[in-house]
Write a protein that binds this ligand. Structure first.
Ligand SMILES: [Zn+2]
Length: 327
């Protein structure tokens, strides 16, 4: 789209083992490196670290790829220490645990980014997760740390089946199928933005998983990308430091269009009605093996902005905002 000047773009560096073990178990990092080198996994490592099991396959870059996401997110956190915004779309692996893989997340780059802030002396951080799945790994990492408030909006009744509205030490908003743009805006305006404003955080970390959008095959929420852009715009001026990462997203057209628009929103760039020829060429070159990919609608190539998906604000949403939760 012509929006990414070289002087504001930095390639993510691969995190070192020393950086990763700030959060992760050294034995687990060893196992990931061993899996990458040998492309196999022992029964013992599979059982102990869930590598090669439960949706966490061994693949050629099983260590380097997540370590590069983590390096990018930790760099993003450092870059904004004196204020600013960094968008690091390769990050967002919110299910990873200290000593095991979960949900195709081998490391937990949001946790590593937030720890970078804590280690630098920040003590009032808000993490907001709008991925279709509960941000369970990040919640687990900080549930006993009063310096970090984790907030997650996710589809109720979907894997990992945690993140109910009544968990202690975190704010969770499990939303029903069909969650629409109007409902997201209502929940943000009536509940989440006041909550963040009250806390007056030094830094905000947004996980903007694109699997909460209507065309994603893994979830049943009905947001348009306008909803994600609205959230990004609302957070832009709420704290002096903002890091935005990606997350889930299993329709590549949806992911590319949504996250390009997040970049534009964070930079206050007006999104034009049509993609440029080079942006359209990138979208047309994507491969999507699911049924919807065999005959993609033309607007997946020629536009970034979805038609808004407004709708009624259901009682389940209003009830969520009214649910008393511990701070
Ligand atoms: Zn997800």
């Amino acid at each position: 789209m012509g929006w990414l000047d070289d002087d504001i773009f930095i390639a993510a560096p691969m995190a070192t083992v020393e950086q990763l073990t700030r959060f992760h178990d050294p034995a687990y990092i060893d196992a990931l490196q061993r899996a990458e080198a040998t492309q196999t996994i022992s029964d013992e490592d599979r059982a102990r670290f869930r590598i090669g099991a439960e949706g966490n396959p061994v693949y050629p870059e099983i260590f380097r790829r997540p370590a590069t996401s983590a390096g990018g997110v930790m760099l993003a956190a450092r870059l904004v220490l004196n204020g600013g915004i960094v968008h690091c779309p390769g990050g967002g692996t919110h299910h990873g645990r200290r000593d095991r893989a979960s949900g195709f997340c081998y490391l937990n780059d949001p946790a590593l980014g937030i720890l970078t802030w804590l280690d630098a002396g920040l003590d009032n951080i808000v993490y907001l997760d709008i991925d279709a799945h509960h941000g369970d790994g990040v919640e687990d990492a900080f549930q006993h740390d009063p310096r970090v408030l984790t907030i997650s909006i996710h589809e109720a009744g979907r894997w990992p089946f945690t993140g109910t509205a009544h968990e202690p030490s975190a704010r969770n908003y499990p939303v029903p199928r069909g969650f629409n743009d109007s409902e997201m805006r209502w929940l943000m305006d009536h509940e989440i933005l006041p909550l963040i404003r009250d806390r007056n955080p030094q830094a905000v970390f947004l996980q903007a998983g694109a699997d909460a959008l209507e065309e994603d095959p893994l979830a049943k929420l009905s947001l348009s990308n306008n909803a994600h852009w609205h959230v990004a715009a609302a957070l832009r001026d709420l704290a002096p430091r903002l890091v935005v990462v990606g997350g889930g997203g299993y329709n590549p057209y949806t992911v590319g269009r949504c996250w390009a628009g997040i970049w534009a929103t964070l930079n206050s760039i007006d999104i034009p009605p049509h993609t440029t020829p080079s942006a359209e060429a990138i979208l047309r070159a994507l491969k999507y093996n699911r049924a919807a990919g065999r005959n993609p609608p033309p607007h997946w190539f020629t536009t970034l902005r979805d038609t808004p998906r407004e709708g009624p604000i259901r009682d389940e949403i209003k009830a969520l905002a009214a649910t008393p939760q511990p701070a």
